[in-house]
Design a protein. Structure first.
Length: 208
């Protein structure tokens, strides 16, 4: 059983987008997967999964809302993969998730407002004893190749791992999710291929 958690200090960086993406692709691979929505106030990933079922989009995604991350751990033996969509804020729950997760993924954009809080989050986890090998950035919402290069260079200097595959800001990705789909279920082959490459890299990192 593997646990991969998507975390962030702020909303809007793509945490739920990536959690949904992974849940769809892992389910397609016949991995018994749970999408654990730990933001019980917003419930965006859970509501997306319900919208997907109502529209009969396959594969159906198993999702559940948790008031506390502690409610997740007794379910370990029931699933091959648990995907945690963590609350968009730093909390004690993040530290607890870090103890159980095989990989902690933090989406990040190119702006200083995204990068600095993201680095503080990983610095805090590292200071608490979490290994660098458990931490990983994913570059998201990028606009140009120049932004990609500058952000990759910045993260290289931080000494934290990041996925070499990145995602551009695209309206088609938003529209797909509005329809209950993941971003690998967009109409455009090039966008679908990029998202698929990203998820393949994440699955490789947790040895699935």
């Amino acid at each position: 059983m593997k646990v991969i958690a998507f975390i962030s200090q702020k909303g809007g960086v793509g945490k739920s987008t990536l959690a949904r993406l992974l849940s769809v692709e892992a389910t397609k691979k016949k991995i018994k997967t749970l999408l654990a929505d730990c933001d019980h106030q917003q419930k965006t990933s859970w509501e997306w999964a319900q919208w997907r079922k109502e529209n009969k989009i396959l594969p159906a995604i198993t999702s559940q809302v948790f008031n506390s991350v502690r409610e997740i751990w007794p379910l370990f033996k029931q699933y091959g993969l648990i995907i945690i969509d963590a609350p968009a804020r730093t909390s004690q729950a993040t530290q607890e998730i870090a103890q159980h997760a095989n990989l902690l993924v933090q989406p990040v954009g190119a702006s200083r407002d995204d990068l600095l809080p993201a680095l503080r989050e990983f610095n805090a986890l590292k200071a608490s004893g979490v290994s660098n090998q458990k931490l990983c950035f994913v570059l998201n919402h990028l606009a140009t190749p120049a932004e990609v290069l500058a952000t990759q260079e910045y993260l290289t200097e931080s000494n934290y791992p990041f996925i070499p595959i990145y995602l551009y800001e695209r309206a088609s990705y938003r529209q797909a999710q509005n329809e209950g789909k993941s971003i690998t279920e967009v109409s455009y082959p090039s966008l679908k291929k990029q998202a698929q490459k990203l998820i393949d890299e994440l699955l490789k990192r947790i040895e699935i």
